[in-house]
Design a protein around this ligand. Structure first.
Ligand SMILES: [Zn+2]
Length: 92
């Protein structure tokens, strides 16, 4: 199912859910039963949460100009454990 937008000259825009590829050029208005023509608009990207949109924008920017760091950010350094083979070495 896909949502198609139609515009009635008297009542304004309305949405209709139809199977993909079956939208006619004109559809009956649910309010006045007049003929409404199909209109095309941008996809419903406004429904994307702000936090998700910000992450998408940050990811897109990092494609061309990735952030350069000179060291591991503080607090993210993994704990340092000695190699297990070191415990088997002879001690002086
Ligand atoms: Zn109408």
């Amino acid at each position: 199912m896909a949502t198609y937008e139609f515009l009635c000259s008297r009542c304004g825009p309305f949405d209709v859910k139809l199977a993909i590829g079956t939208a006619p050029a004109a559809y009956g208005c649910p309010h006045c039963a007049g003929s409404a023509r199909r209109v095309y608009s941008s996809p419903g990207l406004r429904l994307t949460p702000h936090s998700v949109a910000a992450l998408h924008q940050q990811e897109e920017q990092s494609r061309d100009a990735p952030a350069v760091v000179s060291e591991v950010p503080p607090g993210r350094r993994p704990p340092r454990r000695p190699h297990p083979a070191l415990s088997r070495l002879p001690r002086p």
